[in-house]
Design a protein around this ligand. Structure first.
Ligand SMILES: [Mg+2]
Length: 237
């Protein structure tokens, strides 16, 4: 076990070299926003994604020509429907307040489209009360045009380079095994936002919470990390 120390401004000022989290990177669907499982399941069914394959991987490597274009159209259709139901994850504002107050940087890595990201920013976050809007300063925001996508660690390593913060001081938060694998493979801390249907991914999580605001407790008090977790094996799709 390795101990991560508190990430509050006061603690970091007192001990600038301490091992702690200095940046938090979020998955979007089901993490910043409420769960999208139903839509993702529908997407797999409509496109006939074989068991064990990832949706985008299947469409981009197994389909060609008109069939691939049609699959991309269906993905956009389902994502557009999901957007209409998009809401912020309960407790997110509380976490964003803590991160903002303690100068902890935030970014987003999503396999969703830029359209959905813009919807979150322009139609969901912008409708928050004025005092909360300023808390959301995600930068960078990487959508699925950044390749390779999760579970590859490339996107998270990119954020690490852009920020000049080493991967071990970053936390990758998500609701899917691919978010956690991306985090573990980059050498960062992986945090699972747990729902009844994603417990299967717990084995790849250094930190598990049932409400996103519970991360405030971890970041303000410090937490122990099991360094034996590896990103070698897959955890399913
Ligand atoms: Mg997700």
């Amino acid at each position: 076990m390795i101990r991560y120390l508190p990430s509050t401004k006061k603690d970091v000022a007192a001990n600038p070299k301490a091992r702690c989290i200095r940046g938090v990177v979020f998955d979007m669907d089901g993490t910043l926003t409420t769960s999208m499982t139903e839509h993702l399941v529908m997407m797999r069914r409509v496109i006939n994604v074989p068991d064990g394959m990832r949706t985008l991987e299947y469409v981009d490597t197994c389909l060609e020509g008109e069939e691939r274009e049609e699959a991309h159209r269906r993905i956009i259709e389902i994502e557009t429907d999901a957007m209409a139901h998009m809401e912020l994850s309960p407790g997110l504002v509380e976490l964003m307040e803590f991160l903002y107050d303690n100068d902890i940087r935030t970014a987003v890595i999503t396999r969703n489209s830029r359209l959905a990201v813009d919807h979150l920013l322009n139609n969901v976050i912008s409708k928050q009360p004025h005092k909360h809007k300023g808390l959301f300063k995600f930068d960078p925001i990487l959508d699925r045009s950044f390749k390779p996508t999760k579970p590859s660690p490339d996107s998270l390593l990119h954020v690490s380079r852009v920020w000049g913060i080493p991967p071990e001081q970053l936390m990758m938060v998500g609701d899917h095994g691919d978010d956690l694998l991306c985090g573990v493979r980059a050498g960062s801390i992986s945090a699972l936002l747990r729902y009844p249907d994603n417990r299967v991914f717990e084995s790849k999580a250094h930190v598990v919470v049932d409400r996103i605001s519970e991360l405030v407790e971890h970041l303000s008090n410090g937490f122990d990390v099991d360094m034996s977790i590896t990103g070698d094996d897959d955890v399913g799709v």
